[in-house]
Design a protein around this ligand. Sequence first.
Ligand code: UD1
Length: 381
Amino acid sequence: MPLTISHVVGARPNFMKAAPVVLGLGALGATQRLVHTGQHYSDQLSTIFFRELDLPQPDVNLEVGSGSHGQQTGALMIALERELVAHRPGLLVVYGDVNSTLAASIVAAKAGVPVAHVEAGLRSFDRSMPEEINRVVTDALADTLLTTSPEAEAHLRNEGVNAERIHFVGNPMIDTLLRHRSRFDADRLRARYGLSGPYGVVTLHRPSNVDDPIAAGRLSDAIRGLADLVPLVVPLHPRGRERLAAAGLVSGPTIQVVDPLGYIDFVSLVSGAALVATDSGGIQEETTILEVPCLTLRPNTERPITISHGTNRLVEPGDLVAVADQVLRRGPVAHRAPPLWDGQSGPRIAAILRDRLTALASGGVVEATSLGGRPIRSATV
Ligand code: UD1
């Protein structure tokens, strides 16, 4: 029986990173298993991405759902441990920095299943972000570290990761963007929202921005100020919606607060925008390639290449209107695509994973550990 490569996905930003890897491994004839943890479960945060991105339906959905970090991560670990006992893969691939990524890495590392981390080595150096903790722990446990930008290798080397385990592969999220580019239709979205001239797009969902009423109030004021310059469409993640609404971010003559959009609609909307203001990581990368100015409402970014090569800049809420005014007057700015953001990351990653699986297999027996008190079979990989 050929050894399986399992993928763990769970939350919205995982899906567009996994799609090109699953596709690339499929082209190599690999045996794969797609595990959805169910961290995200709404149609607009999960199901729609499987319909839109040529991702196969998951082989299993663990239906873990929402909760506090401890509750959610604990539930993810319990469910993923059962999954690994029932379907032990030769290699487990995890994506990005969400709680599903962290839980899968911990469970697999303890079970002696080698982990490959796609999007390794990004660092904001801000441990108040749950994602930063997830990144550091995942990278410490991973066997194979696949990086999207050159500085990631330096971060990993500083943390003691052996250079042989680090592979610079470019950005699979950009594979997805380029693959679907012909489907992006800004005019359709303009018509939907009744926009005839320039418009902006705003998204907010970081806990540091939306969970604290003072921060939410400051941002809501800034965004209402921005709407005096340019009409805005604001697709809001369920997480921040209530608190931002309580802080005054509601629909009005120049603001349309709407539900989260699917991938094709969202990127279509962004592709026609005069600017984007966001606290998302992925959108900093997508706007870099779409050449849309991106104002990131955070004090730091783990993706500095979107500033050095792309259209991104970090903006304090109090400066948003002034910076947006400059951006709108200046129009589009020249940028250079970051190295290897060329649509070929999926095939690169697939080839590395296949080779790693082969090397592990020829290396003999990996020590199998016992899960939940029950010995699992000793695996020859
Ligand atoms: C998670 C990721 C974050 C990522 C974001 C993208 C972690 C720590 N955070 O944050 O890095 O940028 O996804 O969306 O993993 N909810 C729904 N429907 C869903 C899922 C969640 O309504 O399908 C609501 C629930 O009220 C839930 C809240 O959103 O409590 C937060 O969901 P959660 O998965 O805990 O984290 P996100 O904020 O989505």
